[in-house]
Design a protein around this ligand. Structure first.
Ligand SMILES: C[S@@+](CC[C@H](N)C(=O)[O-])C[C@H]1O[C@@H](n2cnc3c(N)ncnc32)[C@H](O)[C@@H]1O
Length: 384
């Protein structure tokens, strides 16, 4: 059952009722109650929709209450913060341009683009998903069209910009290999010979990015969400960029950096900076150096606030030995223990369990490798 039955008339009334009474975990009771008043098949669709709207708040904020979803469509949709960041970059470079979104899903990216004043056309091969995208533009009062069709045979000539967010799921499972995208990677790389923006998984290998294309790793609230590939007139002359939302801080250069002994502070670069291979930009920003040339921790003598990294004050260096760490936890009465690690093979959750934290103090343990040696630093989180 598609969302079309819920767009107007009794279906819309039913959906409003379902959303008003919806409580997670109480779906069966709600279905039973609504069936007394409405058509049974439509009730299930409406309650599913109410549950999807509830989940969608994390991605779409208050807009979710007016939007329409399919379970897969919501799962794969771009969160509005990231979608609007990309859309604004397109609008700033090519204001008012026409954008075709190949495989638009439920329209997460279409919405951001339409709001940025771009003229949008979505192409989606799944009719139910396309219906949700169409309903979303209309529910949010945004202009644009959605066509059911195959991205690979769609005529791109009339559009200034091509956007694609290839499906990264096969049989309900997430696909990490970019060669398994749909539409396929061969098609995506062809798109990158025109003015295009393509969203890919953040694990994309640097050498898979074609020459003359920028890869922008984007994080939101400290979590790396995606890499966006920019080509043609959207290429800004830089190969790699890290952008951190919500601040919008962005870096593109990786200056030379020394490595040396730990200073008073350790900085943990944001994941987007790490993925983009721009860790030395953090060293430059905080007047610091690397702890080890191959590990993404920066250290410095001073505390310099930066949106690019979280800062920790080093309290003491500890041997990376379970017994020594357990005694440190006990002596300091540490009950809340955050464990950070890079370059060492360990499971922080398991180690935390073994160290049996108990008490009212809290601390961060940073475990890393310097040369061949594993070291641990007891730290106090100061920012980020
Ligand atoms: C990752 S989702 C897009 C999500 C969208 N950017 C959003 O924010 O809501 C990819 C979509 O591409 C569609 N798709 C995959 N291959 C396609 C093709 N060859 N032609 C048209 N649509 C396709 C899938 O059905 C899926 O809905």
């Amino acid at each position: 059952m598609t969302v079309t039955g819920l767009l107007d008339g009794p279906g819309a009334e039913l959906l409003a009722d379902a959303c008003a009474s919806y409580q997670p975990g109480q779906e069966l009771q709600l279905v039973e109650k609504l069936r007394r008043q409405y058509d049974a098949a439509l009730v299930t669709t409406a309650v599913t929709q109410a549950s999807l709207r509830h989940r969608a708040v994390a991605k779409f904020g208050p807009d979710a209450a007016r939007m329409f979803f399919t379970p897969d469509g919501l799962e794969q949709a771009t969160r509005s913060t990231v979608g609007s960041h990309r859309a604004q970059r397109i609008a700033a470079t090519l204001p008012g341009s026409s954008v075709v979104d190949l495989g638009c899903g439920i329209g997460g990216d279409l919405i951001g683009a339409a709001r940025a004043g771009l003229r949008v056309t979505g192409v989606e091969r799944d009719p139910a998903t396309a219906a949700a995208a169409r309903a979303n533009l209309s529910a949010l009062g945004l202009p644009g069209e959605v066509v059911v069709g195959d991205a690979e045979s769609f005529d791109l000539a009339p559009y200034d910009v091509v956007f694609a967010d290839p499906a990264r799921r096969a049989d309900g499972r997430r696909v990490f290999d970019h060669n398994a995208y749909s539409p396929p990677w061969t098609f995506v790389t062809e798109l990158l010979s025109r003015t295009a923006c393509v969203k890919v998984a953040p694990g994309i290998p640097h050498d898979a990015v074609p020459d003359g294309v920028e890869a922008e790793w984007i994080s939101d609230a400290g979590e790396v969400k995606e890499a966006a590939l920019w080509s043609g007139r959207l290429y800004a002359g830089t190969a790699r960029r890290a952008t951190l939302l919500p601040s919008g801080a962005s870096v593109t250069e990786a200056p030379e950096a020394e490595s040396g002994p730990v200073g008073q502070y350790i900085y943990e670069p944001d994941g987007a900076v790490v993925r983009a291979g721009l860790v030395t930009a953090v060293a430059a920003a905080v007047d610091g150096w690397l702890l080890d040339p191959r590990i993404a921790y920066v250290t410095a003598a001073k505390l310099v606030p930066t949106p690019l990294a979280s800062a920790y004050e080093v309290v003491e260096e500890l041997p990376y030995k379970e017994k020594a760490l357990r005694s440190w936890v006990r002596t300091h009465g540490i009950g809340t223990l955050e464990i950070k690690k890079r370059g060492v093979d360990l499971d922080p959750a398991q180690l935390r369990k073994k160290l049996t934290p108990k008490g009212s103090a809290s601390a961060t343990l940073i475990i890393t490798r310097i040369g061949r040696d594993a070291v641990a630093y007891s730290c106090r989180r100061v920012s980020g």
